[in-house]
Design a protein. Sequence first.
Length: 133
Amino acid sequence: MIIETNLQPISVNHYWEASHTGGRFITPKGRRFKRDLGFIAQAAAKKHRWTYDVEDRIRMTIGTAFSDRRRRDIDNSIKGVCDALKGILYEDDCQIDDLRVFRLEHTGKPRLIIEVEKITPNNKPMRGVEIVF
């Protein structure tokens, strides 16, 4: 299933904030992003008749483009995307076994493309390189 939207993911640095008691909470900006992407994902899941089980293993590819040309680490924007899809496309983001992220061509407009699929015995992820010291 592919989800395309003009939402711009927010950095994990702006998604979470520390409370004065030492805990962490999602910022208002983070809650808005989570809500908006959640609505879009729910509509896509309904359209594609997506269902999930707690035993499913997930492959997800995320492409993102930002509205400006500031330098950004794209890996900082992934946690909010994974959290927003929790309970909609999978039970928990710990089910994601294969996660790929890439930067889309800059057009001056934010874009977010998410491809999600269940991993089956026929489409298992490639085994990573093992580094031994």
